[in-house]
Write a protein that binds this ligand. Structure first.
Ligand SMILES: Cc1cc2nc3c(=O)[nH]c(=O)nc-3n(C[C@H](O)[C@H](O)[C@H](O)COP(=O)(O)OP(=O)(O)OC[C@H]3O[C@@H](n4cnc5c(N)ncnc54)[C@H](O)[C@@H]3O)c2cc1C
Length: 175
C-alpha cells in the first residue's frame, strides 16, 4: 500500500467512524425516556406544561375515566398575594399568618416550609396562569382570609374547570 492509498484509508475510516458516532448519539437522543406524570389534576397538568416547554416527552397516567381530578371541581378561586387585581393592604406575611391560624392544631413547625411556599409563590402562580390566558381578575375575601385574595374569572366557568381546560388543551396542543 502506497502513501496515497494509506491516506485515503485513514480518511475513509475517520468518515465512517464519525457517521457511526453521529448515528449513535442521535439514536440516544431519540430514546431519551419520557417524563412520567401520574395524575391529571392541576399539579399534573402544570408539571406537564413545564416538561413540554423544556422539550421533554410526557406520558401522563390517570386512573380515572376522565381527566381533571378534584381540580376541575374547585369553584371559589385561587389565593394569591400580591397581585395587580387585589386592592391594597394585603401581604405575604398576612397570608402566612391566616394560613397558620386556619390550620389550627393541624399546624406544626414541620409544615412551615409548605406554608412559606404556598404564600411566597402564590403571586407567580396567578401571574403564570394569567399569562396563559386564564381570567383571574375578580378578587373576593373568603372565610379564613383577612384580605381579598381569592382570584377567579369575571365570567365563564368556575376557576378550577377554566384552568384545567386551558392546561389540558395547552398540553395536548404542545404534544
Ligand atoms: C368540591 C371542591 C372544591 C374545591 N374548591 C377549591 C377552590 O375553590 N380553591 C382551591 O384552591 N382549592 C379548592 N379545592 C381543592 C383543590 O381542588 C385541590 O387542592 C387541588 O385540585 C389539588 O390538585 P392536584 O392536582 O394535586 O390533585 P387532583 O386535582 O385531585 O388530581 C389528582 C389526580 O391524580 C389521579 N390519581 C391519583 N392517584 C393515582 C394513581 N395511583 N394513578 C393514576 N392517577 C392517579 C386522580 O384520579 C386525579 O385525577 C376544592 C376541592 C373540592 C373537592
Amino acid at each position: 500500500m502506497n502513501r496515497r492509498q494509506l491516506a485515503l484509508l485513514i480518511l475513509l475510516s475517520t468518515a465512517i467512524g464519525f457517521m457511526m458516532f453521529s448515528s449513535l448519539t442521535s439514536g440516544l437522543a431519540s430514546v431519551r425516556p419520557p417524563v412520567v406524570i401520574i395524575g391529571s389534576g392541576l399539579a399534573g397538568f402544570s408539571a406537564a406544561m413545564e416538561a413540554l416547554s423544556a422539550g421533554q416527552r410526557v406520558h401522563m397516567l390517570e386512573r380515572a375515566t376522565k381527566p381533571g381530578g378534584n381540580s376541575i371541581k374547585a369553584s371559589s378561586g385561587i389565593n394569591g398575594v400580591p397581585t395587580p387585581y387585589q386592592p391594597p393592604g394585603d401581604s405575604i406575611d398576612l397570608f402566612k399568618s391566616d394560613t397558620i391560624r386556619s390550620a389550627g392544631s393541624r399546624y406544626t413547625a414541620s409544615r412551615q416550609a409548605l406554608v412559606d411556599t404556598l404564600a411566597e409563590q402564590s403571586a407567580s402562580a396567578i401571574e403564570w396562569l394569567s399569562s396563559l390566558g386564564v381570567d383571574l381578575s375578580k378578587v373576593a375575601q373568603l372565610g379564613g382570609h383577612s384580605a381579598a385574595r381569592t382570584h377567579r374569572g369575571s365570567s365563564g366557568p368556575p376557576p378550577g374547570f377554566a384552568v384545567g381546560m386551558l392546561l389540558a388543551v395547552g398540553t395536548t396542543e404542545t404534544c
